[in-house]
Structures are given as C-alpha cells and as structure tokens.
Design a protein around this ligand. Structure first.
Ligand SMILES: [Zn+2]
Length: 561
C-alpha cells in the first residue's frame, strides 16, 4: 500500500534501517539535508527524513537526528521544512530538440496544452518567409492538430497564404506527419495522381485533391527539394552548443536529472559538459552515421561515464504515430474511410536483419513500435536475435509500446524487454483518445498491465511529441484523466509510488544503471528533486502544478526556483 498520509506520524512507524554509511574518507559530508519527506524509491527504506551527500553521492540516508549527527564544521546543511524530496526524474525517450526551440518557428506550445488559431500559424510563418529567400523552406514546428481553436484543420490553402514562392511545411509535434503548401508539392513533383505506399500516405480531400497532409515516409521526397539555410561548420557547432545548453536548462527546470537523447551532436554535449553547462546526465542513443561509427570502431552500449554514456540505439522506427493516428494496428481505425490500419516501415526480414546486426555488436536494441502489429514484429526480431546470439540480460527497449494485448505482454516479460510508453499523453493528449475508443485505450500506455505482469516500464515522454514534464506524466499515469476532463483506459491507472518508480529507477534499469542512480540510496549519485508539495497528498488532478523547488545533480544544485 502507498504512504498516503504524510508527516511525522507515518515517519515514526517507518521501518528505519538506520544510516547506511558508504566507505569514504573520514571527512565530513558536503551536504546534509534534513526535516524532509524523502521518498527514496528504495524498497529497503522507502521513507526517510534526511540524507547526507559526499563527493556527489548519497553517503547516508535516515532520520533527521541520525543524519544531522554526521554534519561536521564544513558541512552545508539544508532544512527542507517538510518539503518532499524524490530521486531525480529520468526520461527514457526524448528528442531533446534544443535547436528547434531556439531557432525555429514554434506554432504550438512545447510545454503545455494551449490552443492556437490557423491565422496565428500563418502569420508566424509569413514573418519568417519575409526574411527568407524565395525557394528556401519556411517551416513551423510543434503543430498539434487537436489544439486548434474552432476545431479547424490545417489545409494546403492555408499554407499557400504564407507564400507561393517558398516551400512551406508545418511539422506536427508527433513527428510523423507534415503539412505542405502547393509550392512544396510542385517542387517535389507530387500531384494528386501519386500512389500511397504501406509506409506513408498523401492525404486527400473529398474530391480526391491533395489536402496538404503527408504521413510518415511519404514525406521523404520533400527532403531533397528546395533550399535550406546554409550554415558554416562553425555556425552549426555554435548553434548546437547553445541548443544543448538550452535544453539542459529546460530539463532540470522540470526536475529531470537524466534523459535518454535520441541522437544529437555528441561533440557539442561534451563541449558544454567541459564548460559546466551540462546539468543532466545523458544516455546517448546513437542513430545514422553515429551508430555506424559505433559498429565500425567497436563501441558497445555502456561506453562512456555517468554524465554521457552510449545507451541503446536511437528508436528504429517500425510503424507510425499514436498521436497522429498512423500506428500499425491489427484493426482498422474506427470510423476512417477508406479503411486504414496504419503505416509499417519494414518487412519482418528487414527488421530481423537490423536487430541482429545491433544485438551482435553489443549495442542495446531499441525499436519504436506503437501499434500491436509493430510490437509483434519487434518482439519477433528480438526473440530471433536472442535465440541466435544469446546475451545475458540484454533488456531490449521498445519505445512507446503503446497498444498491447495478453500475448504481447507475455512475450515482453519473457524476453525481458523494457517498454518506454508515453508519459504526458494521459493528460495532454486525451483529446485524441476518441480516435481509438475506450476498448483500445484500455490496452494503451498500459502501465498497470506492465506492473502487474512484472515488466519494468520506463517513462518515455517522446518530447517533442509529448511535453516532458515528469509531474504531468505522473498525473496522467495516476488519473488517466486529461486536461479536458475526459478519462480513458482508467483500468491502466497506477499509484503515485508506482509512477515515481516508472519516472526514476525504471529509467535507470533501461540503461543497466539501476545500481548507480535512480533512488536515494547510500552510494548512488546524489540526483534529487525538492518538490513544494507531496504528490501523494495533493489533489491528483493538480500533481502537474507542484512547483519544482530545486533540482540537484551529483550533489550540485542545477536549478533553483
Ligand atoms: Zn521518438
């Protein structure tokens, strides 16, 4: 059962194990935190009042009295005044798009629910078009098709109002669909006679004309047409450093001390670390050339250190998107004509080959699979690779792993795969759940089913697609009730304590690092968050509004309200 009531009455009954000191030189702790409500996420001592930090690690955890006794003359002390402290949050799937946030046109709100008008989108892009040479792309980011005032749909003619001389694209924050103007279609040589494939579609209106929306791999033809702003190598490096430093600041503002990055400029990450601007720990998930380089020179998962470490592969995208309704399902999308059941990117054979290649090279495999069809394919490939080349405890990752069934659960458990389902969607995206209906939502983002099956699921915000606030994620997991008051798939609710585990220790399990971080345990890295209120006590529909008071990574305060 959860510790619902807070305060000293509960603490008095907590099973103290006493302070557990790690072997360190006999000098004083650097920091003693006391008079706190500490949720350690460590089953050996779930609750504590205080802890001591030395050289960036927790040195002892226990009662205020015990821990205060460790303080010496050089120890900094912090009276938490009964505030709540939890381990630093871990996001196990994040695109960390700092450069987009800093340099691109944002047509939606990256961090929260906010409705915009089509006019505001057109106007923002017009401003950009005015300062962009004709023939060069004008692009908008963070569009959310269900966060438009008046329930309007973004159409090709809306984007023609931005410009007829520039190719224009508006990217859905979900990352799998984009909206283009006529100029873009013209440059790509796409007319309404184009055929769709299994991996992507050119959507049409009732008359059969292109409506501007293009899904998944059908968008690839646009990549090679039109001009893109040319930057020098030095400009690119400078932007990447600024972008990585910026996103790191945003992460710690929301209490994240560890994030699994989907690719990004690895060199820039190392540079900002050297200058002290990397405030969170990075599990680097390589893609494209970087992944090929790992294979070529023999870098396996786990290489690196506690700040920047090679994790699993970047998500190998096997199907479409949940939020944009292109994921590959065994049933057609309710109410869609002509019948449509999503996009699949690979054949089973292609997927088997890719998975085997990574697995053999000692690189933890990570596939993006949303629909039950795609999850089945991914598990088939994982099972095959592990059968041919057994590795101890490989923990292959399934990014999203959205729509499950009993058979998939059994296979995920049996192969020891780690799902990283969406986190903030339970709050942020409930306006999309009606596209699936209650029966499918009862099997989606199935945190309850994973917990009950003994599967360790980690939190995967998938930012940009979902806001990355861990507290918004926890609220959604606990309530399954969204910003619009709708509750979907209520049987997948988990408790606050379970949601804390998902957002902390389970993220470290995904990278085989549960022994060094993810809980407030003596010997582990001192990554923690001070919360203004206790998520066990506040109204569950207000968990996302709890203020982050302070974020600490490796004993250093990296954010303070
Ligand atoms: Zn993703």
């Amino acid at each position: 059962m959860g510790l619902i009531a807070g305060g000293s009455a509960v603490l008095a009954g907590a099973p103290w194990l006493g302070p557990v000191a790690i072997a360190a030189e006999s000098s004083d702790p650097d920091l003693v935190v006391f008079n706190a409500k500490v949720y350690t996420v460590d089953p050996l001592m779930p609750r504590a009042e205080a802890f001591a930090v030395k050289a960036g690690r927790f040195m002892a955890v226990g009662s205020s009295e015990e821990i205060k006794g460790l303080a010496g003359r050089r120890t900094q002390t912090y009276d938490a005044h009964q505030m709540t402290i939890v381990p630093g949050f871990i996001d196990a799937h994040n695109h960390a798009p700092g450069a987009i946030l800093l340099y691109e046109v944002l047509v939606g709100n990256p961090y929260d629910v906010e409705f915009v008008t089509i006019e505001s989108i057109v106007e923002k892009l017009r401003v950009r078009a005015r300062e962009t040479p004709p023939g060069t792309w004008v692009e908008g980011y963070f569009f959310d098709d269900t966060k438009v005032k008046g329930n309007r749909t973004l159409k090709i003619h809306d984007l023609d109002e931005v410009s007829c001389d520039h190719p224009v694209a508006v990217r859905h924050r979900g990352g799998h669909t984009s909206y283009y103007n006529s100029k873009a279609f013209e440059l790509a040589g796409i007319t309404k006679n184009i055929k769709d494939s299994a991996a992507g579609t050119y959507d049409r209106d009732r008359n059969g004309d292109l409506n501007g929306r293009v899904t998944d791999r059908a968008r690839l033809v646009f990549n090679t047409v039109g001009n893109r702003p040319a930057l020098t190598a030095a400009q690119t490096q400078e932007r990447n450093r600024a972008a990585q430093a910026y996103i790191s600041k945003q992460f710690v503002r929301y209490g994240l001390t560890g994030v699994h990055h989907e690719g990004g400029d690895l060199f820039a990450l190392q540079e900002i670390r050297a200058r002290g601007d990397l405030l969170h720990r990075v599990s680097y998930e390589a893609q494209d050339e970087m992944l090929e380089a790992m294979l070529k020179v023999g870098i396996a998962t786990g290489f690196g250190d506690e700040w920047i470490r090679f994790g699993a592969t970047s998500e190998h995208t096997c199907d479409g998107s949940f939020s944009e309704r292109t994921m590959a399902m065994s049933v057609p999308y309710p109410g869609v004509e002509p019948p449509y059941s999503g996009n699949v990117m690979f054949t089973q054979e292609e997927l088997n080959g890719w998975v085997e290649r990574m697995h053999r090279a000692g690189i933890q495999v990570n596939c993006h699979a949303n629909g039950d069809i795609a999850i089945d394919m991914v598990l088939t490939a994982y099972e095959r690779a592990q059968r041919l080349f057994p590795r101890p405890d490989p923990r292959p990752k399934i990014t999203h792993c959205t729509l499950i069934n009993e058979d998939l659960l059994r296979r995920i458990k049996s192969i020891g795969a780690v799902p990283a389902p969406f986190t903030s969607y339970g709050y942020y995206n409930t306006d999309k759940f009606h596209f699936y209906g209650e029966e499918l939502m009862q099997r989606s983002m199935a945190y309850r089913s994973f917990a009950d099956t003994g599967i360790t699921a980690a939190a995967g915000s998938d930012f940009s697609p979902g806001p990355f606030s861990p507290l918004m994620g926890i609220q959604g997991m606990v309530t399954r009730t969204g910003w619009n008051g709708e509750t979907w798939g209520g049987k997948q609710r988990i408790t606050v304590d379970e949601a804390l585990r998902v957002n902390t220790i389970n993220g470290t399990y995904a990278t085989h690092e549960e022994g060094i971080k993810g809980s407030i345990t003596a010997g582990k890295f001192a990554d923690f968050v001070v919360l203004a209120d206790d998520p066990h006590i506040v109204d569950a529909n207000k968990i996302k509004d709890i203020a982050i008071v302070q974020t600490v990574t490796g004993g250093n305060t990296v954010y303070k309200a």
